[in-house]
Ligand binder design. Structure first.
Ligand code: FMN
Length: 313
């Protein structure tokens, strides 16, 4: 079936006026000290709503004080940050556009200069290669999260999601892609833990699994999107050894939680994976009947037809 990108779309009781989704984009224009957003930011998102997006996914938003990886990143973990987002959701809703907050924790991809003196955290104490965004200093060896800290971080995702709903967002996207904290747990290169959060793929996915479980307590399951990628922002050569196995394991978790929206991230939509002849979207589509968001250099002309359902049984 092929359908117009301008048709409306329903995911349970979430009704979108069209199928155009604005991808999350870090802008770095929040107050660097407080993590609050201002009227200019409300105006920025309002314009994207006015000019036609059915759904906007915000820039990555920090879920706690250790979550940000560069300057000007908004937060959603304090009362004043939460209140400040109401300006944005009110503005976007004037145009009947829906808006999700992207919940973000960068893990080791940060620096104590950015984190008010705190060393960045991650599953294992391994420094990333390259330079910290905008700060242009080398990455520090991160601090391994204790089990207690892992559970506290999972709670922080839930509280950030609760704040997002209080601020008037229509849902949330959990950023589990691009080599950030959740992805650092998923990859055996960055996760060398010996406890139940490391080792087997099932263990490495436990962090994501528990975050979804908690976020579902405060956000309806049809309003939670999960962003997944093979690519890592800090490690351009990284590829999954067994993409099908990875996709199968991730999809099992999403299905178990009855999640309805999946947002695989690739640079070029439809490009084949290094270790598979299929694209990431095709691999997911074969196991995933629910909403799949397409992204990555999509020319206008193919934007419409790429919405076709391609599941093979
Ligand atoms: C300036 C910029 C900032 C981005 N920030 C984020 C982000 O905060 N979270 C995220 O998941 N992806 C982020 N991305 C990736 C985009 O969501 C998207 O996947 C990418 O731009 C490819 O899609 P496109 O070719 O349609 O632009 C960013 C991309 C750009 C260009």
């Amino acid at each position: 079936m092929t359908c117009s990108i301008f048709y409306d779309y329903r995911i349970g009781n979430l009704k979108l006026d069209n199928r155009i989704v604005m991808a999350p984009m870090t802008r770095g224009f929040a107050d660097n000290h407080t993590g609050e957003v201002n009227y200019l930011i409300a105006d920025y998102y309002g314009k994207r709503a006015r000019y036609g997006a059915g759904l906007i996914i915000t820039e990555g938003v920090a879920i706690n004080e250790l979550a940000k990886g560069t300057y000007g990143i908004p937060g959603i973990y304090t009362h004043s940050q939460t209140l400040s987002w109401k300006k944005v959701t009110n503005e976007v809703h004037k145009y009947k556009t829906k808006i999700f907050a992207q919940l973000w924790h960068v893990g080791r991809l940060s620096h104590s200069e950015i984190l008010k003196g705190h060393i960045p955290v991650s599953p294992s104490p391994i420094a990333a290669k390259g330079l910290v965004h905008r700060l242009k200093q080398t990455f520090q060896t991160s601090k391994s999260l204790s089990k207690e800290e892992i559970y506290r971080t999972i709670d922080d995702y839930r509280e950030a999601a609760r704040n997002a709903m209080d601020a008037g967002f229509d849902g949330v996207e959990i950023h589990a892609a691009h080599g950030y904290l959740i992805d650092q747990f998923m990859s055996d290169k960055t996760n060398q833990r010996k406890d139940e959060f490391g080792g087997s793929l099932k263990n490495r996915l436990r962090f994501l699994d528990l975050i979804i479980k908690e976020v579902k307590k405060v956000v309806p399951k049809n309003r939670i999107s999960i962003r997944i990628s093979e690519k890592k922002d800090d490690d351009k050569d990284y590829v999954w050894e067994q993409p099908e196995e990875m996709v199968r394991a991730i999809t099992e978790i999403l299905t178990k939680h009855n999640i309805k929206i999946l947002h695989p991230s690739v640079d070029t939509y439809g490009s084949t994976l290094e270790n598979d002849k299929r694209s990431l979207h095709t691999l997911f589509r074969q196991r995933w009947d629910e909403t799949l968001i397409a992204v990555g250099n999509i020319p206008l002309t193919t934007g419409i037809s790429s919405l076709k359902k391609t599941r093979q049984t």
